[in-house]
Design a protein around this ligand. Structure first.
Ligand code: ADP
Length: 404
């Protein structure tokens, strides 16, 4: 069976066609600048060169039609006809409490999907648009909604509740949902596979450190806590997001700066985190370059990196307490895969808890499916595992469609 995984943003549509027998990516790409001048589609088939095609993409339906034409193209494609696509898996960022698991697209589930818009205002309407466009282009192909938040729905009440009036949680579903669930699921499963253990027998802390970062506690294969909250704004310092902040400080800052609630949230989402602390640099590559420059610029860049590592250390420590016994700590996503020093810094000083890193093995790149950087005397395994969210979406789509 071949499964098309779609990840729709408001003006982009990323795709991968995956063969489920071999779990190999047959082709992947991105239709970009949908509805904006200068739209194009990047496409690469397995073993081929990446091509960039300038095309007019008025909307997501145009994008899906272009993607289909590339997938069946005699030269660039990898299938003879659209009928070879057994199912489509759509990535959806927020499920709220409306969906507990990956769900087949039906009239009813589409109506329910609309109710999730306020929980993922930027992403969920885009996913809906992607679903509707896809239904028009391939009406008889089964489709599945796969949610970033599903993996976190096993959290106990004490982990997901905010300490507000319980009645308000009930009425408005205001609670912790987390994000990056497919990634935490993939890397915790891969760690168990690497360690040759049943996930049920393992307690793992998973650290997804990218532009958006989140840390989860995974007990016996199930998520029991995660650092992101009602939205991805909570938790550790991120590229441009503040992470955790006292709500009163938000009100105070808004008043001082003459901002309304929407403006202050944009400030916290887009102008804060590493960017805010360093004075403009949200990307680890830029931060490292600026540290080298020294002076005040270098000091601020270093401060941002130090704060990021400190926040991550605090969550790792908290989840050690939540889990009691920790068997493994896994690092994934761009920051983890390309910046060994930050893992050293996050775990520094945790030797009394049986945690240490082999600094020689902890190089600045991860080109293998699992990089084991466990220190000689470490009781806890320390792994770097590149994530594969599309594969999790494809696997879950297959499970819903075929029942296995
Ligand atoms: P997202 O998918 O959330 O956009 P990524 O997982 O791609 O984020 O991670 C982005 C982060 O990874 C950035 O801080 C970036 O600097 C860092 N990163 C990516 N590639 C490299 C690299 N070659 N060297 C150093 N850092 C890198």
């Amino acid at each position: 069976m071949k499964i098309l995984v779609l990840n729709a943003g408001s003006s982009s549509l990323k795709y991968q066609l995956i063969d489920m027998e071999s779990e190999k990516v047959l082709a992947k790409g991105n239709a970009d600048r949908i509805g904006i001048e200068g739209s194009f589609c990047k496409h690469k088939k397995d073993g081929g060169e990446e091509i960039v095609k300038s095309v007019i993409l008025k909307d997501h339906k145009d994008a899906i039609e272009v993607i289909m034409s590339l997938l069946v193209d005699a030269e660039q494609g990898c299938i003879k006809s659209m009928d070879e696509i057994g199912a489509v898996g759509h990535r959806v960022v927020a499920s709220g409490e409306y969906f507990k698991e990956p769900t087949l697209v039906t009239e009813e589930s589409i109506e329910r999907l609309k109710k999730t818009f306020p929980l993922g205002p930027l992403h969920n309407p885009a996913a809906y648009t992607g679903v509707m466009a896809c239904r028009e282009v391939m009406p008889s192909t089964p489709m599945v909604l796969v949610f970033d938040t599903s993996f976190h729905l096993t959290m106990p009440e004490v982990a997901y509740l905010y300490n507000i009036k319980y009645e308000d949680y009930k009425q408005y579903s205001v609670r912790r949902y987390g994000a990056h669930g497919t990634s935490h699921k993939f890397v915790s499963g891969k760690a168990a596979e690497y360690l040759g253990k049943d996930p049920k027998d393992l307690n793992i802390i998973t650290c997804h450190l990218g532009n958006g970062s989140s840390i989860s506690a995974v007990k016996g294969g199930k998520c029991v806590d995660t650092s992101m909250g009602f939205t991805p704004l909570a938790g550790v310092c991120m590229g441009t997001r503040s992470g955790d902040i006292d709500a009163s400080a938000v009100q105070f800052l808004a008043n001082q700066k003459g901002m309304d609630i929407n403006q202050i949230l944009t400030y916290l989402n887009k102008e804060s985190g590493l960017k805010g602390l360093s004075g403009g640099f949200s990307d680890f590559r830029d931060l490292r370059e600026n540290v080298e420059k020294g002076g005040e610029t270098g000091r601020r860049a270093q401060l941002a990196l130090d704060k990021f590592a400190y926040d991550c250390k605090k969550y790792v420590g908290a989840y050690m307490a939540v889990l009691g016994r920790v068997d493994c700590i896994v690092f994934t996503a761009g920051i983890s895969e390309w910046n060994g020093f930050i893992i050293n810094q996050i775990l520094e000083g945790l030797e009394p808890y049986g945690i240490s890193v082999d600094k020689e093995k902890n190089t600045d790149s991860c080109k293998v499916p699992v990089k084991d950087i466990t220190g000689k005397d470490s009781k806890v395994k320390i792994l770097v595992i590149p994530t594969n969210e599309e594969l999790v979406i494809a696997r879950e789509t297959k499970e819903v469609v075929t029942g296995k």
